[in-house]
Design a protein around this ligand. Structure first.
Ligand code: 3PG
Length: 211
């Protein structure tokens, strides 16, 4: 596992962030850092994502910043230029995995089926995002589809419908490196300036991971 993802495995939980204003970058970072959750996946679902990453790289270097929803090599390069320390995608595209290797960005593709895993493994991936984790069948689904690959020592980060109440169920699986989700810091909370609410959810998530 690369250093960035090894740090994420220690933290145990990744807030998935859909942030649409660069003005929210620093208050968001401060809420997460104060809660003891020093990472954020900034998703490229908003036009602000690259600017947010650059702002965080320049002004909150203590936050380990990642880029999510990287759907093309061009987007991956944009994330690298903006300072992303790691990247993820909801699905598996060999061109994006190649682009990540070329640019040196630690990157994990998304998988949901044994076929996805087979393709990702063939390209050398050992850590994958399992998405959409809950709708796909939850921990028992992942346990079952990961079983034939047990000898390959794969690890997964489930996202999609993961909630505070289900963190423990996921972390009970040995294959889980960390969990992630948008519930820790929602776009609405950022619009409302609810930084204390984000701080509370981040603290609660960290406490749940440590239990
Ligand atoms: C992701 O990109 O990982 C998901 O959108 C997170 O899913 P969630 O909104 O259900 O947490």
């Amino acid at each position: 596992m690369t250093e960035a993802f090894a740090r994420i495995a220690v933290i145990g939980v990744v807030p998935v962030i859909a942030i649409d204003s660069v003005d929210h970058a620093l208050p968001l970072a401060d809420a997460l850092l104060e809660a003891g959750l020093p990472t954020a996946e900034i998703t490229f679902r908003t036009h602000a994502a690259a600017d947010v990453l650059a702002r965080l790289r320049d002004e909150r270097p203590e936050l380990l910043i990642g880029a999510g929803t990287l759907l093309s090599p061009a987007q991956l390069r944009q994330a690298v230029e903006a300072g992303a320390a790691y990247g993820l995608a909801p699905g598996y595209d060999p061109a994006v995995v190649d682009a990540a290797r070329q640019s040196g960005l630690p990157f994990i593709p998304g998988v949901m089926t044994p076929s996805d895993i087979t393709l990702a493994v063939a390209q050398g991936c050992r850590l994958m995002k399992f998405f959409p984790a809950t709708a796909a069948g939850g921990p028992s689904m992942l346990k079952n589809i990961a079983a034939p690959f047990a000898h390959l020592d794969l690890s997964f980060i489930p996202t999609g419908g993961v909630k505070m109440e289900t963190i423990a169920d996921w972390l009970a699986l040995p294959e889980i490196a960390a969990v992630g989700g948008t519930w820790i810091a929602t776009t609405q909370q950022m619009h409302d300036g609810d930084w204390s609410g984000i701080r509370s959810r981040a603290s609660a998530a960290i406490a749940r991971v440590k239990e």
